[in-house]
Design a protein around this ligand. Structure first.
Ligand SMILES: *Cc1c(COP(=O)(O)O)cnc(C)c1O
Length: 365
């Protein structure tokens, strides 16, 4: 059985080594005589799995005791609500809308207080990260989405928030590169982009900020970060299998050299694509140059029906998951950590062949 070149935006490609390891342990986890999916989350075996996942992630991100780490459920989407429910103490927070997910986070924030729109790039269909002006220092927090999965843009330098805590949805750039954790108060990520199968959400928060005051009284117990931290993410039954898989992915990242090595690998991969796009007369990148993503490369031909032909033809070469999101159209190649360089080379080679056979459609430069 051949594995395809998988450019899916999420759930997405996982390291083959991790999948093989999981397969080998699926019936009998290390001599327990049962699968991780069949054992109590209160067992010492599972406690070891979650402790190890957390310890590995702490090493990768360089998190000290000033930080708590949670493995929750509900995806990044549920955290759009958890953020205001835990932090909107004076009921005023700032949001930068740089794509679909940050817009959803902003709308969700507005249910619990005043969610101020600090900047938006919706007028240019989110083809770049918007400029942010001076930030009101009395806001409870500022929320951004660091990498815009659908539009293929990312923040290359974070907004100057002063003393206002910065909260970032990092779902699609989590573990793709080092993070300067001194700049953030909270980061969160759905695992299915880069850190494991769907079903686990990682939340890292600075203890002093969250413990500085109570969550809103309407905050569901499950979403109370402080409480989840005292319960080791096990207020109720966690996603045991997902946490195990994420822990394996964390080890895989660490064994390959950590986040700095991931950044180098990812930059090398997306450079192949961006370099091709910059000289192509058929394909056009859709994100503006200074905002280009390290993970999701978006592009199109001048003609939506030709895009469809490209996507169909890709499948014949074992290249999957390159259809763009309906909000942008065109194509999107998500080059997350586990996507090998050979996959990107295969894609570029297909693009080049496709361009030669469709020369009459070339865009005017
Ligand atoms: C995929 C994604 C989400 C939504 O994640 P779910 O886990 O499906 O809730 C939110 N934000 C970003 C940046 C994403 O890439």
């Amino acid at each position: 059985m051949a594995r395809v070149y998988n450019f899916s935006a999420g759930p997405s490609c996982l390291p083959e080594e991790v999948l093989r390891q999981a397969a080998s342990e699926i019936l009998d986890y290390q001599g327990c005589g049962m699968s991780i999916m069949e054992m109590s989350h209160r067992s010492p075996t599972f406690q070891h799995i979650i402790d190890d996942a957390e310890a590995t992630l702490r090493r990768l991100l360089g998190l000290d005791d000033g930080w708590d780490v949670l493995f929750l459920q509900g995806g990044a989407t549920l955290e759009f609500a958890a953020v205001p429910l835990n932090l909107m103490r004076t009921r005023r927070a700032g949001y930068v809308v740089s794509g679909n997910f940050s817009k959803k986070a902003w709308q969700e924030g507005g249910k619990y207080g005043h969610a101020e729109l600090l900047a938006s790039s919706e007028d240019v269909n989110f083809s770049r990260i918007p400029e942010v002006g001076a930030i009101d220092q009395t806001l409870d927090y500022v929320h951004i989405c660091q990498n815009n999965t659908i539009f293929g843009t990312m923040w290359h330098s974070l907004p100057a928030c002063g003393s206002v805590p910065l909260v970032a949805d990092v779902s699609s750039c989590f573990l793709s590169m080092p993070f300067d954790m001194s700049r953030y108060a909270v980061i969160y990520a759905g695992a299915q982009k880069n850190a494991g199968p769907a079903g686990t959400t990682v939340v890292c928060f600075r203890k002093d900020l969250v413990n500085d005051g109570p969550a809103l009284s309407v905050c569901p117990t499950y979403l109370n970060w402080q409480l989840q931290a005292t319960k080791d993410s096990m207020y109720n039954t966690p996603n045991c299998w997902g946490i195990y898989m994420s822990g394996q992915v964390f080890h895989w990242v660490e064994d390959l050299g950590g986040l700095k090595a991931m950044k180098e690998r990812n930059e090398e991969k997306v450079k192949l694509l961006y370099d091709y796009l910059d000289q192509s007369r058929l394909f056009q990148p859709t994100a503006e140059l200074p905002s280009r993503s390290i993970a999701n490369v978006t592009f199109r031909t001048p003609n939506p029906s030709l895009d469809a032909v490209f996507v169909e033809g890709a499948k014949k070469r074992g290249i999957c998951g390159v259809k763009g999101h309906r909000l942008v159209g065109g194509m999107r190649a998500s080059c997350y950590n586990a996507v090998p360089k050979q996959a990107v080379e295969a894609l570029v080679s297909y693009m080049s062949d496709f361009e030669s056979t469709h020369q009459q459609q070339t865009r005017s430069l």
